[in-house]
Design a protein around this ligand. Structure first.
Ligand code: SF4
Length: 219
C-alpha cells in the first residue's frame, strides 16, 4: 500500500471513529483503481484539488498543483505556495516568479511554459513557515507521481526544503550541495537556492546563474 493510500485509510478510520464506530471485525485492503493515484496529470490534479490529507487544506484558498510542459526535460521543484500563489492557484508568482522566469529565459534559453514547475507541498502554510514533516510526507506522493508522469531528465531542487524531502538527506545543508550534479534514481538532481532566498540575498544570484549553466549543459 503506498503512502497516500495509507493516509487516506487512516483519515477514513478517524472519520468512522468520529461517528461512533469503535472497532472493525475485519478490514481487507483491496487494491483497485479507486485507491491508486491516476497516471495522467489532469486526473491527478482533480484528486489533489480535493485533497484534505493534512491540515493545510483548512487554510488554503487554492491548491497549487504545478504547471508547465508535461514533456519537459527539466523540472523545478520548490517548497510551498505563498500568498499570491494561494490566491491564483499558480506556482511561483510575483517577484520570486520573475526570478525563476528570468533564469529559464536568460540562462536556459527556454520559455517558462517549456519547463515543469511544482512544489513539495501543494497548499500554503501559515505565515509561510516551512512545511512540517507530516505535511510534506502527506503531499509527497503527488509530487512523485508528477515526476513519474513528466519523466524529466533533470530536477532542479529550489532550496533546502525541496532538497531535503526529495533526497531524505535532512541533515545536509543546501549550501554544501548547491550546484552539484547528484542522482535521484536515473534523474539528475541539481540543488540550488530558492528564489525567495534570492530576494533576501541578491548577492547569491550569481551562484544560481552558475548552477543553471550546468543545467543547460546537461540538456
Ligand atoms: S498540502 Fe498536500 S497533502 Fe496537504 S491538503 Fe494540500 S494537497 Fe493535501
Amino acid at each position: 500500500m503506498i503512502k497516500v493510500e495509507k493516509l487516506r485509510l487512516l483519515k477514513l478510520l478517524y472519520q468512522y471513529r468520529a461517528i461512533g464506530f469503535e472497532y472493525f471485525k475485519e478490514y481487507k485492503y483491496i487494491k483497485n483503481s479507486s485507491n491508486m493515484l491516476p497516471n495522467n496529470l489532469n486526473s491527478l490534479k482533480n484528486v489533489v484539488n480535493n485533497c484534505h490529507l493534512c491540515n493545510l487544506s483548512k487554510i488554503r484558498k487554492k491548491v497549487v498543483f504545478g504547471e508547465g510542459n508535461i514533456n519537459s526535460q527539466v523540472m523545478f521543484i520548490g517548497e510551498s505556495p505563498r500568498v499570491g500563489e494561494d490566491e491564483s492557484g499558480r506556482v511561483f508568482m510575483g517577484r520570486a516568479g520573475d526570478i525563476i522566469t528570468n533564469i529559464i529565459e536568460n540562462v536556459l534559453k527556454l520559455k517558462r511554459e517549456d519547463v515543469y514547475i511544482a512544489n513539495i507541498v501543494k497548499c500554503k502554510t501559515q505565515e509561510n513557515r516551512v512545511p512540517s514533516m507530516e505535511e510534506a510526507s502527506a503531499c509527497k506522493p503527488y509530487l512523485m507521481k508528477q515526476i513519474e508522469i513528466v519523466k524529466p531528465k533533470i530536477i532542479v531542487a529550489l532550496g533546502s526544503t525541496s532538497f531535503h524531502h526529495l533526497t531524505q538527506e535532512y541533515d545536509t545543508p543546501i549550501s554544501s550541495v548547491r550546484g552539484e550534479t547528484l542522482s535521484l534514481g536515473n534523474i539528475k538532481l541539481i540543488p540550488t537556492f530558492c528564489p525567495y532566498f534570492l530576494l533576501r540575498n541578491p548577492s547569491s544570484k550569481n551562484d544560481v546563474f552558475q548552477d543553471m549553466l550546468k543545467v543547460k549543459n546537461l540538456l
